[in-house]
Design a binder for this molecule. Structure first.
Ligand code: ATP
Ligand code: MG
Length: 427
C-alpha cells in the first residue's frame, strides 16, 4: 500500500518551528490588545454565497480558488446547501457583525482573528492551499467615527509596530487611494479610453482584463506590459475633494508618527465596496510571493452582503510569510535553549534534575542531558540544542563551581552555582 502523505499544498508544522508560530501569534495578541482589539473566531466554512457576494464573483479567489461542495441534506425538509471553506476572513467577520447586530451598540468594533484559510492555488514557496492569516477589522456605524482617516492611520501604525516588535526589518509599506464608488467609474472610463489604442500590444490576460475589469490591468506583473501600464492615467487625478482630503489626512497622520510609506498609484482593488485607502506591506526576502499583508477600506461591504451601512478598514497578514521572513533573517532563535545540562555520570542524574529545576525557575530555557552520555556526545547534543553547555561531575557538585562553555565564542568559564542563572542569561 502506498504511504499516505499530507495533501498537496498543506503541511505539518512541527517543533521547533511551532515555537516561532506561537511567538508570532503571542506578539500579535499583545500588540493588538494595546489598541483595544478583541478576538473573534468565525466558522471555518460558510455559505458559498457569503464569499460570492463579500469577496466578489470576478475575483481570482471566488472564480477559481475556492473549495466548495454541496452539503447533503439529512432530512427531506432540509435543502442541500453549497458550502465553502473560508478563503479569507473579512467576509465572515462582517457577516458576524451583521448577524449579532454589533452596529446597534453604537460603538466601533475592533476585531482580530488568527486562523487557517483555504485556496486552491499552485503551491510554491510562500503559497499554500491551507495557509494562516492574522487579520483585523475596524468596523462600525458612521456615527462611531468608522469613516475617519485616523482609523486608517492607526491601523497602519499598529502594523508597523507589530512588524517591528517581531523583529522583521526591511519591510515596505505601499499605499494608495482608490477613491469612492463615485470616483471610480470616471477613472475606469479614462482607463478604458487610454487602453483602447494599445491593448492589442499587451499579453492575453491583460487584453481580457482591459475589457472586463480594466483596474486589474494595473496590478499585472507581465514585464512586457509595464511600459504601457506606467503611462496609463493615475487614479489620484480622478479623486473628488472628499477622497483627496481623506487620503491627505491619512498620510499626514503617518508622517506625524514617523511611519514610512511610499505612494503606489498602481495599488488597486477591483471591487466597488473597496473605497479610499488600500495598502500592502512587502518584504524583499520573500521572492515572488513578496506581500506580507494586504488591506484597505471597505465602506460598502456590509451593505453588499445585506447589512446596515458600516464603514470599515482591515488587513490580512500571511502568517506563513511572516514565519518565512523571520526564519530567513534568523531574527529570533526561539528554537534554542539557553543551556544544555550535561551531568558526567548516571549517578548525577537526580542532582542534574534538581539543578535544571533551579535554572528553569530562574527563567531559563533548559535542556537536560543524560548522565549516560560521554563528554563528546554531550557536546554534540548540546551544540544542536542550546547556546551554552553546563558540565558537571561529582567534584563540581561538591565544590559548587560549574563549567560553562559558550558554543558561539568557544569561551569556557568556571561559575559558582549561585551566579549560574545570571551567567547563562548573558549573551
Ligand atoms: P497574492 O498576491 O500573494 O496572491 P492576495 O492578493 O491573494 O496575495 P490577500 O487575499 O490580500 O492576498 O491576502 C492577504 C495576505 O495573505 C497576502 O498578502 C499573503 O501574505 C497571504 N496569502 C494569500 N494567499 C496565500 C497563500 N495561498 N499562501 C500563503 N499566504 C497567502
Ligand atoms: Mg492570491
Amino acid at each position: 500500500m502506498s504511504t499516505l502523505k499530507a495533501v498537496r499544498g498543506t503541511r505539518d508544522l512541527l517543533p521547533p518551528e511551532t515555537e516561532l508560530w506561537n511567538f508570532v501569534e503571542e506578539t500579535a495578541r499583545r500588540v493588538f490588545a494595546g489598541y483595544n482589539f478583541g478576538e473573534i473566531r468565525t466558522p471555518i466554512f460558510e455559505d458559498t454565497q457569503l464569499f460570492a457576494r463579500g469577496v466578489g464573483e470576478e475575483t481570482d479567489i471566488v472564480s477559481k480558488e475556492m473549495y466548495t461542495w454541496e452539503d447533503r441534506a439529512r432530512a427531506q425538509s432540509e435543502k442541500a446547501q453549497s458550502l465553502t471553506l473560508r478563503p479569507e476572513n473579512t467576509a465572515g467577520v462582517v457577516r458576524a457583525y451583521i448577524e449579532h447586530k454589533l452596529g446597534e451598540t453604537g460603538l466601533l468594533q475592533k476585531l482580530y482573528y488568527i486562523g487557517p484559510q483555504f485556496r486552491r492555488e499552485r503551491p510554491q514557496k510562500g503559497r499554500y492551499r491551507q495557509f494562516w492569516q492574522i487579520g483585523a477589522e475596524v468596523i462600525g456605524p458612521p456615527s462611531a467615527g468608522a469613516e475617519s482617516p485616523l482609523r486608517d492611520a492607526e491601523v497602519l501604525e499598529m502594523l508597523a509596530t507589530f512588524l517591528d516588535e517581531l523583529g522583521i526589518t526591511g519591510w515596505r509599506l505601499e499605499i494608495n487611494s482608490v477613491g469612492s464608488a463615485t470616483d471610480r467609474p470616471r477613472y475606469i472610463a479614462a482607463l478604458r479610453e487610454a487602453l483602447a489604442p494599445v491593448k492589442h500590444l499587451m499579453c492575453e490576460d491583460n487584453q481580457r482584463r482591459a475589457e472586463t475589469n480594466p483596474l486589474r490591468v494595473l496590478d499585472s506583473k507581465d514585464p512586457n506590459d509595464q511600459e504601457i501600464i506606467d503611462k496609463l492615467p493615475k487614479i489620484a487625478d480622478y479623486l473628488d475633494e472628499v477622497s483627496k482630503a481623506h487620503f491627505a489626512a491619512v498620510l499626514a497622520a503617518l508622517d506625524a508618527c514617523g511611519v514610512e510609506y511610499e505612494v503606489n498609484p498602481r495599488l488597486v482593488r477591483g471591487l466597488d465596496y473597496y473605497t479610499r485607502t488600500t495598502f500592502e506591506f512587502t518584504h524583499g526576502g520573500l521572492g515572488a510571493q513578496n506581500a506580507l499583508l494586504g488591506g484597505g477600506r471597505y465602506d460598502g461591504l456590509s451593505e453588499a452582503i445585506g447589512g446596515p451601512k458600516a464603514p470599515g478598514i482591515g488587513f490580512a497578514m500571511g502568517e506563513d510569510r511572516l514565519i518565512l521572513t523571520l526564519e530567513a533573517q534568523a531574527a529570533k532563535q526561539t528554537s534554542f535553549a539557553d543551556a544544555y545540562l550535561a551531568p558526567m555520570g548516571e549517578t548525577l542524574n537526580p542532582a542534574a534534575l534538581e539543578l535544571a529545576r533551579e535554572l528553569r525557575r530562574g527563567g531559563l530555557r533548559v535542556e537536560l542531558g543524560d548522565g549516560a552520555f560521554r563528554l563528546k556526545k554531550s557536546f554534540e547534543m548540546g551544540n544542536k540544542l542550546a547556546r551554552k553547555i553546563v558540565l558537571f561531575g561529582e567534584d563540581e557538585l561538591q565544590s559548587g563551581i560549574l563549567t560553562v562553555k559558550d558554543f558561539a565564542s568557544g569561551e569556557q568559564v568556571k561559575v559558582p552555582r549561585a551566579e549560574l542563572v545570571a551567567a547563562l542569561k548573558q549573551n
